[in-house]
Design a protein around this ligand. Structure first.
Ligand code: ATP
Length: 232
């Protein structure tokens, strides 16, 4: 059974249709890139899957779970513009995030230490305020926050778009490692990011999925995918 099955998902904001009849099935243990230009509807789809927006129509089915409450613990979500409390240290932020995820304090501390090591933030750096962190460090901390409760599916909205080359490399490496442990769905408008770490791509244009499949298949289909796809 697929981890996630989306059928005829549509989302309207007032009169504006942002997502139209999107259907796809997400197998267990894959990393899938949702790729499309600005305004294609990526954020809308990801926020809807994360339960932050209600679909106008269509269904989202996680394994055999029926209600949204059942699935909340299965998903980790990092928004496109995460908010960090810059006055907190990295460790404080993760302990606080763990407690928000209803972990007992001792477990939240343990999980914070485990994750700090996992994302490559040293003990010393974990005691510094987040406002002093680089973009890449902040983004890795955001990913740690998103997986504090050990979700099955990690959803990342444009996780590398705002980063410099070093930060981008750090985050892509972390994603590459995490995909051994959980399913990942991430959005991007940059084809090379999608190509680098995803198993499959969903190509989104004006709220509709226009192609789906592995990069190699799409390349063969289009030969010069970059031109045909119509963005970077
Ligand atoms: P970007 O890469 O720029 O973030 P995106 O692919 O994530 O784009 P969305 O943010 O999902 O796209 O937006 C899809 C469409 O819906 C766009 O035309 C956008 O202007 C519109 N839209 C998004 N949020 C709202 C809103 N709250 N109210 C009205 N229209 C919205």
């Amino acid at each position: 059974m697929a981890l996630l099955t989306v059928q005829n998902l549509s989302k309207k904001y007032q009169n504006k249709t942002a997502v139209h009849n999107v259907s796809f099935s997400f197998p267990h243990g894959k990393c899938i890139a949702l790729i499309g230009p600005n305004g294609a509807g990526k954020t809308t789809i990801l926020r809807t899957l994360a339960g932050l927006l209600s679909p106008t129509s269509g269904t989202i089915q996680f394994e055999n779970k029926k209600s949204n409450t059942d699935v909340r613990g299965m998903i980790g979500y990092l928004p496109q513009y995460p908010v960090f409390h810059g006055w907190m240290t990295g460790k404080e932020f993760l302990v606080y995030s763990g407690e928000l995820a209803l972990l007992p304090k001792s477990e939240a501390k343990h999980r914070a230490d485990e994750l700090l090591e996992r994302i490559g933030i040293s003990k010393e750096a974990s005691k510094e305020r987040i406002s002093r962190y680089s973009g890449g460090m902040k983004q890795r901390l955001g990913i740690a926050q998103a997986i504090i409760h050990k979700p099955m599916l990690l959803i990342l909205d444009e996780p590398v778009s705002s980063l410099d080359p070093i930060g981008r490399r750090e985050v892509l490496t972390l994603m590459e490692e995490l995909k051994q442990e959980m399913s990942i769905l991430f959005s991007t408008h940059i084809l090379s990011d999608a190509d680098e770490i995803s198993d499959e791509l969903l190509l989104l244009r004006q709220g509709e999925i226009v192609e789906a499949g592995a990069m190699q298949e799409l390349r063969q289909k289009y030969q010069t995918a970059k031109i045909e796809i119509g963005f970077e």
